[in-house]
Design a protein around this ligand. Structure first.
Ligand code: FE
Length: 164
């Protein structure tokens, strides 16, 4: 059976279907000690990104504020925010509204958590007093990926397939 002909307008970038969790460890970009992210979509048009976050340590990761919406889905393990009563378990959907400030914590009994996040806008990192200590957006993410993949043997342009 032949494939249905597809008419694509000029300028439309190709769709992708990739393995989100390949065996190749090199896809994981180090974010901090025992914390990595795996880029999946880096959207320079709307300003946001999709990635997997992988954590292999317990305790507080960081406090941060979201200027825009975040949606997450827990693939493995569990985590919570210090500011909330709920625990995001494997299979949980998480919605984080604009303006939310929270502190991610991985419990002692969780050796590894992996969560898919669709993050719009930016991550604004804060200290305990609310002072800004860091900032991430799709462009800083792309820079991190390029620098890491260049040294990891995949080549800096490995990240290009995820950029839109
Ligand atoms: Fe968050």
């Amino acid at each position: 059976m032949s494939a249905t002909p597809v008419v694509v307008a000029a300028g439309v970038v190709p769709e992708i279907a990739v393995s989100a969790l390949p065996d190749d460890e090199r896809v994981w970009v180090p974010q901090a000690k025992d914390v990595w992210f795996r880029p999946l979509l880096l959207n320079t048009v709307t300003g946001g990104w999709c990635n997997l976050l992988r954590v292999r340590k317990s305790g507080v990761l960081h406090r941060h504020r979201h200027p825009m919406i975040v949606v997450g889905y827990v693939i493995k393990g569990r985590w919570r925010y210090l500011e909330h009563d709920w625990v995001a378990e494997e299979g949980s959907l998480v919605y984080e509204p604009p303006g939310e400030i929270h502190t991610l914590v991985v419990p002692e009994d969780c050796a590894e958590m992996i969560t898919f996040f669709n993050i719009a806008g930016a991550m604004i990192y804060l200290d305990d007093t609310g002072r800004q200590t860091g900032y991430e957006d799709v462009f800083t993410k792309i820079d991190m990926c390029r620098a890491y993949y260049a040294g990891a043997g995949l080549g800096a342009d490995y990240v290009d397939q995820f950029i839109r």
